[in-house]
Design a protein around this ligand. Structure first.
Ligand SMILES: [Zn+2]
Length: 135
């Protein structure tokens, strides 16, 4: 489940930073490696900082596992992977470079999808094939 950041309520309570830890089900069609799937949920550990002009910086890490057929030898394998999350939210519409948010609440869905897409490898290799490629 992806939590919202309720900027309006936090600001009213004079809270300007915090941390979130949660996991969410990834969209399976983000992954384009043949015969490879997500193993379980994606874990997110984020921090946020609310600035005086109500812009909000969100940063942190994602971790997830992939399993399925090695892209080279087709042997069943799995890998633990991680990626960075970094986004800036402005009240109102997105300006193309930053994310927008409305009604005083930040929906993290798009940032998480973008971050996950960026963290995905183009293929999955088993240990033997990783070694073979590095020799
Ligand atoms: Zn292999």
């Amino acid at each position: 489940m992806i939590p919202e950041i309720d900027v309006r309520t936090l600001t009213a309570k004079k809270i300007s930073e915090g941390a979130l830890a949660f996991s969410f089900a990834p969209e399976a069609d983000l992954l384009e490696i043949p015969f490879v799937r997500f193993e379980g949920d994606v874990k997110a550990e984020l921090t946020y900082r609310i600035f005086e002009d109500d812009s909000v910086e969100v940063a942190g890490k994602l971790s997830f596992a992939l399993c399925g057929a090695c892209s080279r030898c087709l042997k069943e394998t799995r890998a633990d992977l991680a990626g960075d999350v970094s986004g800036f939210f402005l009240p109102g519409e997105s300006d193309g470079e930053n994310y927008g948010y409305r009604f005083g609440k930040i929906d993290l869905t798009e940032l998480l999808r973008d971050s996950l897409m960026f963290a995905l490898p183009s293929r999955l290799l088993c240990d033997a094939c990783t070694q073979w490629e590095n020799e």
